[in-house]
Design a protein. Sequence first.
Length: 325
Amino acid sequence: MRSPSLRVAFAGTPEFAAVALDAILAAGHTVPLVLTQPDRPAGRGMKLQASPVKQLALQHGIAVAQPHSLKLDGKYPDEAAAAREALLAAAPDVMVVAAYGLILPQWTLDLPRLGCLNIHGSLLPRWRGAAPIHRAIEAGDTETGITIMQMDAGLDTGDMLLIAREAIGPDDTTAVLHDRLAALGGRCIVEALAQAAAGTLQATPQPAEGVNYAHKIEKAEAAIDWQLPAAVTERRVRAFDPFPGASFTLRTGKGEEAVKLWRASVVPASGAPGEVLHAEGDTLVVACGEQALALHQLQRPGGKRVSAREFMQSTALPASLAAAD
């Protein structure tokens, strides 16, 4: 038997959020309004591109608002006021938020009778903030998950409403784990809305201990430091796939170029950090601060991802990659 339908305002931007919106619609809830980030330039032509959430909303004939801010006293008060009017007109029972990218002011949190529910890609409070999937892999966590949270004025500090766990495999990249968590998030929010409609949703305060902040990923972090232990760099390679892509500087006869490393594994070898220990056949091994890395998949600027064998066939390697840094 299908649960009672709710009027759900939805706020989200990337594919992670679009998966959740699709699940909410499939569950039979009414979505009168979607909030998403303004269109951004993308692609080689840098043409304005609608977010995945906007594209899905338009396919379903749902009204879309794209304010730069929701703060009525901020830099875009007219846009915020228009969004407020749109939300009032939508008369939602609840707002669902997933990777929206804007801070929700108090008036937004107070507007729906059931408040605002956030789909967060970690087991709170382990990773609060913008990049919980990346940081979980980078830190070597073996488990993550989805937390449906009742939003408050803090940054991912609200009460937990529903938790689902997901193992992190030794080969998981952010891209792979993202897709599993997006699907899990869609299932979780549908269950949370069903409980909310039935009046059985229960809140649990987050524990005070174990809080970490998942800072936004910066491009500068992706530069490989051969002084670090191989295990640390291997995790970063997976954490920064697909963005921004772990990379090292390679000096060639034509100058320097940034080579991206997409897949690697730790091997029990040693040498000076950055030293190329083996470069023959399918095997390319580089020493790190502790142990070494076997580089399996690489990409030169403007090229495609290739195996170590293909990379070495077209590239003259120096004795040490550290010398090029």
